[in-house]
Design a protein around this ligand. Structure first.
Ligand SMILES: [Ca+2]
Ligand SMILES: [Ca+2]
Ligand SMILES: [Ca+2]
Ligand SMILES: [Ca+2]
Length: 348
């Protein structure tokens, strides 16, 4: 039978002609699921003609799945010939097909985005039909590196139509990965839910995690001082974000006759956040040229670097180079003897 009111029948007939009337009744063990007509009276003239009991499905508004009702078929002793009093009861089982569709729905009233800084948003869920037992909905993140989601929600036969909330939290990374969309799968936890909900289809819900990383590098200083005596100075470079491939940084001098710098530095996805050192060395000349400046351009070596770093702007470090010549006039005597002497007669 069905909750929509579908009926079915079964017949009863006596096995032997009775000496008086025999009344047979059927009774449901669950009149909320299926009911039966009757009773039926057999006489000594119609005892061998089958008579029908009609079973009718009973509707409810609960997604309870297909339910069974058992009908006990028995002789009504008080209204039947005594010879039938001891006849054993029999039973008929009826299945009542559910006509509710188990399901749930999702909704939100907030913007569905979170930040890598760890902000939260939420979306809600509720059942679309009353369950006959608890139903547990769980959400799982398609990318826990971008966003996570809170604990499962339990719905009962009394709170099934009240929205409950899943909370989504943004997760930080160090990649300049742009805004990322994470799909959350919401599903019935079958083992903890009424069986009528076991077949309910999963649903997906999307939340965007906004990026807070920008490719680049950071210098420890933009000016240093060295001397022509060969003294050195250092500055460090560190990447601002974790690269998805190697990044090579080089520094080049605007005047290698005044100051020079060491070779390129390579950063990887594992050492990107550890500063590395460039050493600048003053270069000697023999000119009393005073303090000079050399400008070091610090740049990503595109050809050797992950493409995401190609557009990073150059930066510069200025080195002041101290002169080591002493300005002045060197005086050399022109004769060996007598030194720096003139005579009264006018020698020079
Ligand atoms: Ca139902
Ligand atoms: Ca980040
Ligand atoms: Ca990021
Ligand atoms: Ca000099």
């Amino acid at each position: 039978v069905t909750e929509a009111g579908g009926t079915d029948t079964f017949t009863v007939v006596l096995d032997a002609e009775p000496a008086g009337d025999v009344v047979i009744r059927a009774s449901s063990n669950d009149a909320g699921e299926a009911q039966v007509g009757g009773p039926l009276t057999f006489t000594d003239s119609n005892w061998d003609t089958p008579q029908a009991f009609t079973i009718t499905g009973v509707d409810d508004s609960i997604a309870d799945g297909d339910q069974q009702a058992t009908f006990t078929v028995e002789v009504k002793d008080g209204e039947s010939h005594d010879a039938y009093d001891d006849v054993a009861d029999q039973s008929v089982t009826a299945t009542n097909a559910d006509d509710e569709t188990a399901g749930f729905q999702l909704a939100a009233t907030q913007v569905q985005s979170v930040t890598e800084a760890g902000s939260t948003t939420n979306f809600s869920a509720r059942l679309t039909t009353e369950p006959a037992g608890d139903v547990v909905l769980r959400a799982s993140s398609g990318d826990p590196g971008e966003a996570t989601v809170g604990a499962p929600l339990t719905f009962t036969s009394s709170n099934w139509d009240t929205y409950q909330w899943f909370t989504v939290t943004g997760v930080d990374d160090d990649l300049d990965d742009g805004d990322q969309v994470t799909a959350f799968t919401v599903e019935v936890k079958d083992g903890e839910s009424h069986d009528a909900y076991d077949g309910v289809a999963d649903m997906n819900w999307n939340v965007t995690t906004t990026d807070d990383d920008t490719v680049g590098f950071t210098l420890s200083t933009t000016s240093v001082s060295v001397a022509e005596t060969g003294s050195t100075a250092t500055f460090t470079v560190v990447l601002d974000t974790e690269p998805e491939g190697d990044v090579v940084i080089r520094a080049s001098s605007s005047d290698s006759g005044e100051a020079q710098v060491g070779g390129p530095l390579t950063f990887t996805s594992s050492n990107w956040d550890t500063p590395q050192v460039f050493t600048i060395t003053g270069i000697d000349d023999s000119i009393a040229d005073g303090e000079q400046q050399a400008v070091f351009t610090v740049e990503v070596l595109d050809a050797s670097s992950h493409d995401a770093y190609d557009g990073v702007a150059d930066q510069s470090v200025t080195a002041a180079v101290a002169d080591d010549e002493t300005p002045g006039i060197a005086v050399t005597q022109g004769r060996s003897y007598p030194a720096n002497t003139v005579a009264e007669y006018g020698s020079t």
